[in-house]
Design a protein. Structure first.
Length: 164
């Protein structure tokens, strides 16, 4: 099934694609790569999931926040590329967890996003290289921030434009 069909099957609502609050672009395309800037856990009502995992939030709540970040990234991909089917595969995920000093399960938190991508693009194309790290405070005290590099499908006309 296509990525769009997989999203429909999950029966989840995407939040609004976030707009930049500083000087950056949400997504930059270079060749056949889409570089997605750091996204936070924006919910469908526009609110953010905030707090430190291991202090204010449980591991399970952090995992859910990372999944919500993944949904925000899907919203940006759809807005910028027109369809999730434009993505060929996940190359690299960097997950940053706003964590208490004694919290050490950062990879389990970021699994929330990685598992979502595997559901959307399958295990072969939806799982890429990954780093999961703990941070001091993240902007706005958001629970998780994630950035991703994707390989995208280029049509022959897109490739011709890039070659000019």
């Amino acid at each position: 099934m296509s990525a769009e069909a997989n999203l429909l099957q999950l029966n989840v609502a995407l939040p609004p694609a976030p707009t930049p609050v500083a000087v950056y672009k949400p997504l930059v395309i270079a060749g056949n790569k889409a570089y997605v800037s750091g996204h936070g856990p924006i919910q469908t009502d526009g609110s953010l999931i905030v707090g430190r995992v291991g202090a204010d939030l449980t591991l399970e709540e952090g995992h859910a926040a990372a999944r919500q970040v993944g949904l925000a990234i899907l919203a940006t991909l759809r807005k910028q590329l027109g369809s999730l089917d434009a993505v060929k595969r996940v190359i690299k995920v960097l997950g940053m967890v706003n964590s208490a000093p004694d919290f050490y399960d950062h990879p389990k938190v970021i699994n929330g996003c990685s598992e979502l991508f595997a559901e959307i693009w399958g295990k072969d194309n939806g799982i890429g290289a990954r780093s999961a790290v703990g941070m001091g405070p993240l902007p706005g005290n958001i629970a998780v921030e994630i950035e991703v590099i994707f390989e995208i499908n280029l049509s022959s006309s897109d490739q011709m434009v890039d070659d000019i």
